[in-house]
Design a protein around this ligand. Structure first.
Ligand code: ADP
Ligand code: MG
Length: 774
């Protein structure tokens, strides 16, 4: 619906409500899906797309602006690349020529055909090259006198919420390339700060920049390892049309600018968090951010369109939506193509894509022609001057004061006009300069690229290595020529002298050398650097043949091409060699490597198994020996113990014998002693008897003695009496003679002392006898 279309000179803005055009495209089965004997689950009828769920048999039906059947090319409604371009992109281009912004984005799971639709492959050119070519064809047909066309292009990637310019090859003075940032201009809206904007003047200019951009993507994808499916690639053309108009023979330019954004989104599966882990999770989250926010923006916009109420649209939550702000719900003519796989294995992802696309159907954009303020101003100034001139003319004779005022006004407007025109001219000059600079840079970049091994023009006879990538769009994009003599391969560093410079942690500073001696090409691995030929890790120089797969450092995949060899092979005598089976693409090379690695692994496992077995046998043997040894030593220990015990027992018994002997001896001794005792007792008895007898005898003797003693004592007493009588007598006779009296006394005394002596002897003897009997 045309809301406001007013072609008066003053109001040239056209504002139009335009619905987002949504299309679905289903691709043919891939080789893998064919191998899996997959059944198609999608059917289309008119603009409807239906999915029959293989598990439940339930049919889900969706209606879009277009449903493109690209499943089988024999189908009457088959949608070819050309047909899709015509249906979806041509109207956008037309709108762009009218001065509107235009945007087309491809949404779908990885491998569903986004890149095929947007960029295409070889002859199956997609929308981007077709649109660019078409654009220049149309420009060429225009009247150059009337309209000047100026085109600028940018090509960048949004990966992990960071913007990577695909049109700069080398960083300034060896610096690491910094990701770019989104800025928002108060009038012009969001833009990428510092992004390369190249002026292009022909389709081939665009082609070579695109080629450069894709080479960059391929190089980056190899280093980052399959990041392509997780990045959004944005191709932008800015077309400025300067319509040369004349107002009273004075040139008055009218400038229209339109942005054409063509976007190949990241795989929609990156939206689902469940499948991502670790580092992937981090990437996944960021990808989610852009894709999820896109979903949120689409759903908010569609809600807003249906309710008619203004809602908050979270454009600024992700880099992509911020940049697409104008294309979604803003000032743009927008189309979306959702690509899906026909296979049952992708049903869930397909349904999610279709639902996503369905939401976009209800978005209404407000598109308007972008007229340049500067040109508009000039035009307005000129018109004003003309008007004043006319008024002045009429006032010339009637009102001199009025006339003078008009003249003044006209003069001041003229000054303003000249300033505007100078600005315009300056801008034009700046553009021209920019264009020349871009040309120069391109030439330099190409030279630089060739040094890095990326060739643009192919020498038909030189053997070469072509890159292989999981993403078919990035496969066979990089070409490395193998010149006569030596081609060295090593890690990319700012000062590297290598002919082929590769990035990545697994690439060694000096990785390998490729020798080309009169067409015979061989690859020589260096030291520890891993080099694989047809899946096998090589250690020695290996001759390369056409079609051989070369993998350097584990993630740089190449196919070797040898044009001369191919020609030789093509001769009838050689027949058909390997050229007719499956293409030697990335999948083939990867499978081959995996198989070789698996075999290697298996043989290593087998070897390890055998070794382990051997080791086990050995250890069993050792263990056995040890046990044997232990047993022996134990036995020995026991035996010696037994021996010592036996000795002990022997000693014990010996001791016992001795003991017994001693006992016997003791017994005999006891007997002997008993006997001796008896004897002694007997003797004692006898002695006692004898003593008794002796005592008796002694008693007798003593009695005898006593008697004798008493007799002696009696005698002595008698003697004493006698003596005493004599003494008495003598005393009485004292006068008669003294001589006679003296002599009798002496005799008597002698006789008495003998008798005392005798008595003493007897008492002595008695005393002795008393001691013996005690
Ligand atoms: P995406 O960019 O969505 O990951 P691609 O565009 O790289 O997927 O497509 C994956 C594969 O399927 C490619 O080999 C491509 O050639 C093939 N393919 C995709 N769409 C079509 C189609 N419409 N016709 C034929 N082949 C297609
Ligand atoms: Mg792709």
């Amino acid at each position: 619906t045309l809301v406001a279309s007013n072609s008066t000179e003053r109001d040239v803005f056209k504002v139009e409500n335009s619905k987002v055009i949504v299309a679905v495209r289903v691709r043919p089965f891939s080789n893998r899906e064919k191998d899996e004997n997959s059944l198609p689950v999608i059917s289309m009828s008119g603009s409807e797309t239906a999915v029959r769920h293989p598990a439940t048999n339930q049919v889900y039906s969706f209606s879009y602006d277009f449903s493109f059947w690209s499943f089988d090319n024999c189908h009457p409604n088959f949608a070819s690349q050309a047909m899709i371009y015509k249906t979806l992109a041509v109207p956008l281009l037309e709108r762009a020529f009218e001065g509107y912004n235009a945007c087309l984005f491809a949404y779908g799971q990885t491998g569903s055909g986004k890149s095929y639709t947007m960029m295409g492959f070889d002859e199956d050119q997609g929308i981007i090259p077709r649109l660019c070519e078409d654009l220049f064809t149309q420009i060429a047909q225009m009247d150059k006198q009337q309209i000047l066309y100026h085109l600028e292009m940018s090509f960048f990637e949004v990966y992990n919420e960071k913007i990577h310019d695909l049109l700069v090859f080398k960083a300034e003075s060896g610096q690491k390339k910094q990701p770019l940032r989104v800025r928002e201009h108060p009038v012009l809206g969001p833009y990428v700060e510092g992004l390369t904007v190249n002026v292009v003047s022909s389709y081939s200019d665009i082609q070579s920049w695109l080629e450069l951009g894709n080479k960059q993507r391929a190089t980056a994808a190899t280093v980052m390892n399959d990041k392509s499916s997780r990045s959004h690639s944005v191709f932008t053309l800015v077309m400025t049309q300067t319509k040369v108009e004349f107002v009273d023979e004075e040139q008055c330019d009218r400038r229209l600018t339109s942005h054409i954004n063509l976007i190949d989104l990241a795989g929609s599966e990156c939206c689902s968090m469940a499948q991502t882990t670790g580092e992937r999770l981090k990437e996944g989250v960021s990808i989610n951010k852009s894709l999820l926010t896109l979903g949120k923006v689409i759903s908010a916009l569609s809600k807003q369109s249906r309710s008619g109420k203004k809602t908050f649209i979270p454009y600024r939550e992700s880099v992509l939506t911020w940049l697409l702000k104008e294309s979604l719900g803003g000032n743009s003519q927008t189309a979306m193509i959702a690509t899906v796989s026909p296979a049952a294995s992708s049903t869930e992802e397909t349904l999610s894509t279709l639902r996503y696309a369905k939401q976009a159907c209800s978005i209404i954009n407000i598109a308007k022609v972008n007229e340049d303020v500067n040109a508009k101003l000039i035009r307005e100034l000129k018109a004003e001057i003309e008007k004043l001139k006319a008024a002045q003319k009429s006032a010339l004779n009637t009102d001199p004061e009025k006339y003078r005022r008009y003249l003044q006004e006209i003069t001041s407007l003229r000054v303003k006009l000249h300033q505007q025109e100078r600005d315009m001219a300056e801008m034009q000059r700046a553009w021209k300069e920019k264009f020349e600079q871009a040309e120069k840079r391109k030439m330099e970049d190409i030279k630089e690229l060739q040094k890095a091994g990326i060739a643009f023009k192919i020498d038909n006879h030189l053997p070469n290595l072509v890159n292989l990538n999981e993403d078919p769009q990035l496969s066979e994009v990089l070409l490395y020529m193998i010149k006569e003599g030596e081609t060295t391969v090593g890690r990319y560093t700012p000062n590297s002298k290598h002919d082929i410079q590769l990035s990545g942690v697994l690439i060694a500073d000096d990785h390998c050398v490729i020798k080309n001696t009169v067409g015979k090409v061989s690859i020589i691995p260096l030291r520890e650097a891993k080099t694989y030929v047809n899946g096998k890790c090589i250690l020695d120089p290996t001759v390369l043949h056409h079609g051989d797969r070369v993998i350097l450092g584990g993630d740089h995949y190449f196919r070797f091409n040898h044009p001369v060899e191919v020609q030789k092979v093509k001769r009838p005598s050689c027949g058909t060699m390997f050229l007719h089976d499956r293409p030697k693409d990335f999948e083939f090379a990867k499978n081959e490597l995996l198989i070789a690695q698996r075999m290697q692994l298996e043989s290593e496992i087998e070897e390890a198994r055998l070794k382990a077995k051997e080791e086990m046998m050995q250890s069993v043997q050792i263990a056995k020996e040890m046990v044997q040894q232990e047993l022996t030593s134990q036995k020995e220990a026991y035996e010696s113990k037994i021996k010592s015990l036996e000795a002990e027992v022997r000693e014990e018994s010996r001791k016992k014998q001795i003991q017994e002997l001693n006992n016997q001896k003791a017994a005999t001794k006891i007997q002997e002693l008993e006997k001796a005792k008896q004897n002694l007792e007997l003797e004692l008895h006898f002695n006692k008897k004898r003593l008794e007898m002796e005592t008796l005898a002694t008693k007798q003797a003593l009695e005898d003695h006593t008697i004798r003693h008493a007799k002696i004592l009696e005698a002595l007493e008698a003697e004493k009496q006698k003596i005493a009588e004599e003494i008495h007598t003598l005393q009485k006779n004292r006068g008669s003679g003294n001589k006679t009296m003296t002599i009798p006394l002496t005799w008597n005394s002698l006789k008495l002392s003998v008798m005392i002596k005798e008595a003493n002897t007897i008492s002595n003897e008695l005393g002795k006898n008393t001691v013996f009997y005690r």
